[in-house]
Design a protein around this ligand. Structure first.
Ligand SMILES: Nc1nc2c(ncn2[C@@H]2O[C@H](COP(=O)(O)OP(=O)(O)O)[C@@H](O)[C@H]2O)c(=O)[nH]1
Ligand SMILES: [Mg+2]
Ligand SMILES: [Zn+2]
Length: 279
C-alpha cells in the first residue's frame, strides 16, 4: 500500500547517540535519522523535517549559524553575562564576545551582574562605560528580569560568561522551575578542553535556552579584514575604504578615538583581537 508522507517541521532539542528529541509544535518526538542523512552533521538547534509515520528525520533545513563547544545551531541571541566583581569586569572579554556574536549573526545582549557588590564610585565608573555600550547594544542589569525575559520570547538563546559571573543564578531567576545549581564549577572544565559536552535546548518563556554552563570562550575565527565590521561603533568612512584602522593617515576611527567619541578600551581591544584573527 502506498503510504502518504506526513512531513512536519521541528527543532532538535537533544541528541543522545542515535536518538534525536525533536520538538514539533507542542509534541515531543523521539526520532531516528533517515539513513542517507547520517553523514550530515545534525546538531541540537537544527530545524528539520520529520516524517510523522516513521518518526524519522528526513531533511535538515538551512542553518543560520553553528557554535562549537558545545555544538549548537541556529542561535538567535547571546546573553553575555558580565560580572562587575569576582570575576572582575573585563571589557576585553565583553568586546570579544560581542564580536563573536555579531560575526555569527547572533544578537548580543549584555547582562551585568553583581552591581550590588561594588562600592559606589566603582559602580559609577562601570555604569559610565555601560552607557557607551547602550548606544549600540541592549544592556540590562540582572535585576531587570522582565526586560530580559522579553528577549527570550520566540528566540533561541545561549549564554556566555566566565565561571562565577552569575549565569545559573540568572537562569533560575528567569524560570524558577529550572533550579540550576549555582556556584558550580562548570563541568566542561573537568572533562578536558576538547570533549564536547552534551547540550540540550529547554523551552523557557516562549523561547529556547541552551542549558549549557555557558560558553566561557569561543574561538575567534574571524579574518583580519572582517573584524572591523563586528564593531558597530567603528562604522565611519575612512580615507581608504578598506582601512583596518591601524594607521593614522586619514583614519576616521582613530580620529574618533582621540576625540573620545569611541571608547578607548574598545579601540585597544580591537587591536588586541586583531592579533587573534586569522589572515
Ligand atoms: N551579590 C550578588 N551575587 C551574585 C549575583 N549573581 C550571582 N551571584 C553569586 O555569584 C556566585 C556565582 O554565580 P553562578 O550563577 O553560579 O555563576 P555561573 O558560574 O556563571 O553560573 C553565586 O554564589 C551567586 O549567588 C548578583 O547579582 N549579586
Ligand atoms: Mg553555572
Ligand atoms: Zn580607519
Amino acid at each position: 500500500m502506498l503510504q502518504q508522507n506526513n512531513f512536519k517541521e521541528g527543532k532538535i532539542v537533544k541528541i543522545n547517540k542515535d536518538l534525536y528529541t525533536v520538538l514539533s509544535e507542542e509534541s515531543v518526538l523521539s526520532c531516528y535519522v533517515r539513513g542517507k542523512l547520517k553523514n550530515d552533521k545534525l546538531t541540537v538547534g537544527d530545524n528539520v523535517l520529520i516524517d510523522l509515520n516513521s518518526l524519522t528525520i528526513e531533511k535538515q533545513l538551512p542553518r543560520k549559524n553553528t557554535l562549537i563547544r558545545p555544538l549548537v545551531s541556529n542561535i538567535d541571541s547571546l546573553f553575555i553575562v558580565v560580572s562587575t566583581e569576582v570575576p572582575a569586569f573585563s571589557e576585553y572579554l565583553l568586546d570579544k564576545m560581542l564580536s563573536l556574536a555579531i560575526y555569527n549573526k547572533i544578537k548580543p545582549i549584555i547582562i551585568v551582574t553583581k552591581l550590588d557588590k561594588i562600592k559606589r564610585n566603582e559602580r559609577n565608573k562601570i555604569l559610565k562605560v555601560l552607557k557607551y555600550y547602550k548606544k549600540y547594544f541592549n544592556v540590562y542589569k540582572n535585576t531587570e528580569i522582565r526586560k530580559i525575559i522579553r528577549e527570550i520570547n520566540g528566540k533561541t538563546v545561549a549564554l556566555c560568561g566566565q565561571t562565577g559571573a552569575g549565569k545559573s543564578t540568572l537562569l533560575n531567576k528567569i524560570d524558577k522551575n529550572l533550579k540550576l545549581n549555582t556556584d558550580e564549577v562548570s563541568y566542561a572544565l573537568g572533562r578536558g578542553k576538547h570533549t564536547t559536552r552534551l547540550v540540550e535546548l529547554i523551552k523557557v518563556k516562549g523561547g529556547f535556552i541552551a542549558d549549557t554552563p555557558g560558553f566561557s570562550s569561543l574561538d575567534l575565527n574571524i579574518s583580519t579584514d572582517e573584524l572591523k565590521y563586528t564593531f558597530p561603533d567603528f562604522m565611519v568612512q575612512c580615507k581608504y575604504k578598506s582601512c583596518n584602522h591601524i594607521k593614522e593617515d586619514g583614519c576616521k576611527v582613530i580620529e574618533r578615538v582621540k576625540s573620545n567619541k569611541i571608547l578607548y578600551s574598545r579601540y585597544e581591544n580591537y587591536l588586541k583581537l586583531l592579533k587573534e584573527t586569522r589572515l
